[in-house]
Write a protein that binds this ligand. Structure first.
Ligand code: SF4
Ligand code: SF4
Length: 82
């Protein structure tokens, strides 16, 4: 009885960690698209782009880890640390 509860707790903690994980932009994968689709879907405006020639970056003070930006990038440039 105790063991399934512990396993459930670990599952919940793991899910929480995934939900709140902050992504980063892999600059070697980023194609510097004229319209960054990941930026368009970020509701907290946490993907910042100062120069259109440069990849965007994640402002960790704004990012709340929803991770919707990850599948929005067609080049897989939004990543999570392993
Ligand atoms: S993060 Fe993805 S969508 Fe955004 S500019 Fe880079 S490659 Fe394009
Ligand atoms: S994880 Fe969510 S809040 Fe953070 S940069 Fe991606 S879309 Fe924006």
């Amino acid at each position: 009885m105790v063991r399934p509860m512990i396993e459930r707790c670990i599952e919940v903690q793991s899910a929480r960690a995934q939900i709140t994980a902050i992504p980063f932009v892999a600059t070697d994968l980023c194609q510097r698209c004229a319209q960054c689709s990941s930026r368009l879907v970020c509701r907290s405006k946490a993907l910042i782009r100062i120069d259109p020639e440069d990849p965007p970056f994640v402002d960790t003070s704004r990012c709340y880890g929803c991770n919707v930006c990850i599948p929005a990038c067609p080049f897989g440039a939004l990543r999570l640390n392993d």
